[in-house]
Write a protein that binds this ligand. Structure first.
Ligand code: SF4
Ligand code: FES
Length: 325
């Protein structure tokens, strides 16, 4: 086992664990944000740089600090390593710069974006962003296009994290989209005019940390903080059938996979569950979902029914307190 200290918390981890994984084992403020790494997607990470941390001691054997900040999602723990995340002013400054960099081309259209309220970049910029932008040039612009009958691509919002590409590669029959071109003209797109229509392609919407890929069956139908996320399941022959049903009253507005506290899917669900089962009779509703993530969705989201205190009938009260009446 290897001993690593992150922001003054020490933990023992197995060889091959990354700093980010070790930080998640500790939990809380120690965990750096991660917009491109995804525990269930092989090869992910190393693209967004939001998870940069300072290694102030490389290992017990070689205590020299690492000369530059390192991406915690791609850096393996060494025995005796000392890492700083929130306790390093240098890291916090770098994170601000990364947010500014990511927002160079990302439009500030949160008020009209379907991802608002559940957007990792929005959360990241609230926590680390500056209140003004120094970027005066024009942002790059793309047309909004359909990539498949149920998915809309809003390329202006894409931060090129590659999560959707890995999802298509690893969870669908055939990948027909990817990152085309290089540098500041890179874009997510399909080859020629191919449609993405394989069984698990809808999961690309769930893994996208921003509002670049959205569900056409839900777009502009409601704001997520007006909906109640409920655990629901059905017998499905293709996937686990365990989903989150986003409801308002008795109506299901959208179906997504269930996400953990880091915003990662617990199960990848099939397109039929996601896009075609919108009737309450299609599902067994288990109950309100536990919203652990810091999010506006947790506002007005009640997980337990608290019985109001019962006002005793007048006769009963007079019996108990005859002198006071
Ligand atoms: S579309 Fe979304 S998931 Fe795909 S690369 Fe862009 S930001 Fe990442
Ligand atoms: S999460 Fe580490 S570089 Fe993106």
């Amino acid at each position: 086992m290897l001993k690593v200290t992150i922001d003054n918390h020490t933990i023992e981890v197995e060889e091959g664990t990354t700093i980010l994984q070790a930080a998640r084992m500790i939990g809380g403020d120690v965990v750096p944000p991660a917009l491109c790494w995804y525990s269930k997607l092989e090869g992910s990470g190393g693209k967004c740089r939001t998870c940069l941390v300072k290694v102030s001691q490389g290992s017990a054997k070689d205590p020299r600090p690492m000369p530059k900040l390192v991406p915690s999602c791609r850096t393996l723990v060494a025995d005796g390593m000392v890492v700083q995340n929130k306790t390093s002013p240098e890291v916090l400054e770098a994170r601000k710069a990364i947010v500014e960099f990511l927002l160079i081309n990302h439009p500030l259209d949160c008020p009209v974006c379907d991802q608002a309220g559940e957007c990792d970049l929005q959360d990241l910029s609230y926590d680390n962003g500056k209140d003004v932008s120094r970027f005066e040039e024009s942002k790059r612009e793309f047309d909004v296009i359909d990539i498949g009958s149920k998915i809309k691509l809003h390329m202006n919002r894409c931060i090129l994290c590659y999560r959707c590409v890995y999802t298509a590669n690893q969870y669908t029959d055939k990948r027909v989209h990817g990152v085309l071109y290089r540098g500041d003209v890179s874009e997510i797109s399909t080859f020629i005019s191919q449609d993405i229509d394989n069984d698990f392609s809808g999961n690309m919407i769930d893994v996208c940390p921003v509002g670049a890929l959205t569900d056409k069956t839900f777009r502009f139908k409601n704001r997520v903080w007006f909906l109640k996320p409920m655990n629901a399941h059905r017998n499905c022959s293709v996937c686990s059938g365990k989903v989150t049903a986003w409801m308002r009253g008795q109506e299901i507005y959208r179906i997504t996979g269930r996400k953990d506290k880091y915003g990662e899917l617990e199960d990848f669900i099939c397109n039929s569950c996601r896009f075609e089962k919108k009737n309450i009779s299609d599902w067994t509703i288990e109950g309100p979902r536990n919203i652990t993530r810091h999010s506006v969705i947790s506002q007005n989201h009640y997980e337990k029914f608290k019985k109001p205190s019962v006002i005793k009938p007048l006769e009963e009260r007079t019996e108990q307190m005859p002198d006071q009446l």
